[in-house]
Design a protein around this ligand. Structure first.
Ligand code: G6P
Length: 516
């Protein structure tokens, strides 16, 4: 951290300025208040923290975000050598900006309207207000000429707001979820404001090439800006007095029609996981012993199938249960031979669509278990809980078949975690072609989860797959996940973002230009 008494102080007079700021809705730490009133900041085990931790430590970095509870007004503090800068959300903000606009408007819209999005003007107004608060907080702690990397759909207006306040900053944005086709995106009453908000960034990252394509098409349709591949020319409205300063920027040029344009890039950077840390856990004897114990606890079936998801309607849990239920009904599999473990971690429980999904899933699980379980063998072990990473890796090792049947998913990191954990080159990944991971994990058994017969066939193929074939496929999957881990993702994004201005030393560039 640089204290700025003598150096360039941020405009609001705050004492600290940081060269790299990550802004995300959730902080990498959650505030937990115990019954006795003591407060604990618990590191959330998300991959993004692991990816960015070394970069943040070297770069003099700060993380701006929400502590996960209402009305928290904690002051900035240091945790694991990263400066944490909390943003307050009131109960009203949580209801309207987070549960409402982020998770009941944008989330279903961006996931191909699997659930119907709800449009409320009060939610939008709250989204604008809260985005402004995040932008102001980031602006107040960013060093002169610093870099701000904004994360995900909750904060799409922040890039433009930030640029207006701090034109000296380099701004990146990464969308972790899909970006929908224009025919769907155009439903949004505030579609133009969202596109303009994002175009405040210098580089906009997406998971898949298709997402970046959908975004540039939306820019053309809504704003008629010129695009050349991944480059978008955003016309600048500059006063003549400002021109020399603006023209000096490496991203500003004069277009053919004589108009000054700022070039924004929209490209795909598929996110990954901290692959090595999963493999390290999987190699631990205690975790391997736990994996054996899990299989024994399940009655030592021949085949253990596993699903691990946030309990979300995008994950296709119902489709998976239907396919498995039909296989049991057909007599194609029996509970003595095949069991399914479904971990469904609680998520966004105050949003109605999530409450309804929980009821549907639990009804289906109850019916299948009632019809097919025996005293000694359960058809589906359903766990509505979150688990620490150690237990997840034990589950991955214990499972012969991993089921990822998302109807739409930005990436799906569970698929990559399974592959990273299987250092024994065994296990079969059944993967939806509608998950971003399908672009990379091509030797998985790819499925269309809407096609229940096709899904049933894929499950039978996975169950019956010979060892040689399993090994061949898993080796190829592992090569991709080991080569392209989350550190490589962040370095590819940051080096592309900072390329025209010079890549600072905190960005590891050992992977070279091919990532850009
Ligand atoms: C997805 C989103 C993240 C979000 C996470 C958990 O992965 O891309 O931005 O943090 O879900 O959802 P929650 O609403 O609990 O933050």
């Amino acid at each position: 951290m640089i204290f700025t008494d003598e150096t360039a102080a941020p405009s609001n007079g705050s004492r600290a300025a940081y060269d790299l700021i990550v802004v995300s809705n959730r902080l990498p730490v959650d505030k937990v208040t115990h019954a006795d009133g003591t407060v604990e900041w618990r590191t959330s085990p998300g991959g993004l923290v692991t990816a960015l931790e070394p970069v943040m430590q070297q770069a003099d970095g700060a993380w701006v975000g929400w502590a996960g509870v209402a009305d928290d007004t904690s002051e900035p503090f240091e945790q694991d050598d990263i400066s944490i800068v909390p943003v307050t959300l009131t109960a009203d903000d949580i209801e309207n900006y987070y549960e409402g606009f982020s998770n009941d408007t944008l989330w279903p819209l961006y996931h191909d309207v699997i659930a119907p999005p709800t449009y409320h003007r009060e939610w939008w107004e709250s989204y604008v207000r809260v985005n402004q608060r995040f932008a102001e907080k980031a602006a107040s702690v960013a060093a002169q000429g610093g870099t701000v990397w904004v994360q995900d759909y909750q904060l799409q207006l922040v890039p433009k707001m930030l640029r207006e306040m701090r034109p000296d900053l380099t701004i990146g944005f990464f969308n972790h979820i899909p970006f929908p086709a224009y025919g769907i995106f155009s439903q949004l009453p505030w579609r133009q404001q969202i596109i303009e908000g994002l175009l405040g960034a210098d580089l906009i990252g997406f998971q898949r090439a298709a997402d970046a394509g959908n975004f540039t098409r939306a820019v053309r349709r809504l704003l008629s800006y010129t695009t050349r591949g991944s480059a978008i020319d955003v016309p600048l409205e500059v006063a003549p007095d400002d021109e020399p300063e603006v023209v000096g920027s490496p991203r500003v040029s004069t277009a053919k029609n004589g108009v000054l344009v700022r070039t924004v890039n929209a490209r795909h950077f598929p996110i990954s996981i901290d692959t090595q840390s999963f493999e390290n856990l999987a190699r631990r004897p205690d975790i391997q012993a736990r994996a054996r114990e899990i299989r024994e606890g399940l009655g030592n079936p021949k085949v253990v199938m596993l699903g691990v998801d946030r309990l979300d309607y995008t994950k296709g849990i119902g489709h998976r249960l239907k396919a498995f239920g039909e296989l049991l009904a057909d007599g194609a599999v029996t509970v003595e031979d095949v069991t399914l473990v479904q971990v469904a971690s609680p998520s966004r429980e105050r949003v109605a669509a999530y409450q309804q999904l929980r009821d549907e899933v639990e009804l289906t699980v109850g019916r299948i278990n009632g019809d097919y379980s025996t005293i000694s063998h359960t058809a589906i072990s359903y766990l509505h809980q979150g688990y620490p990473r150690e237990e997840m890796v034990a589950l991955y090792l214990a499972s012969d078949v991993m089921l990822v049947t998302a109807l739409r998913d930005g990436m799906n990191l569970v698929a990559k975690e399974y592959v990273a954990s299987r250092f024994d080159n065994d296990g079969v990944l059944v993967l939806s072609e509608f998950a971003g991971a399908a672009d990379e994990l091509k030797t998985a058994l790819l499925v269309n989860p809407h096609d229940i017969d096709g899904l049933k066939e894929a499950l039978l193929e996975a169950i019956a797959m010979k060892k040689g074939e399993r090994t061949k496929r898993m080796r190829a999957l592992r090569k991709r996940v080991l080569d392209y881990d989350v550190a490589r993702w962040s370095s590819a994004f940051l080096s592309t973002l900072l390329d025209p201005t010079g890549v600072p030393s905190y960005v590891t560039t050992k992977w070279g230009a091919s990532d850009r």
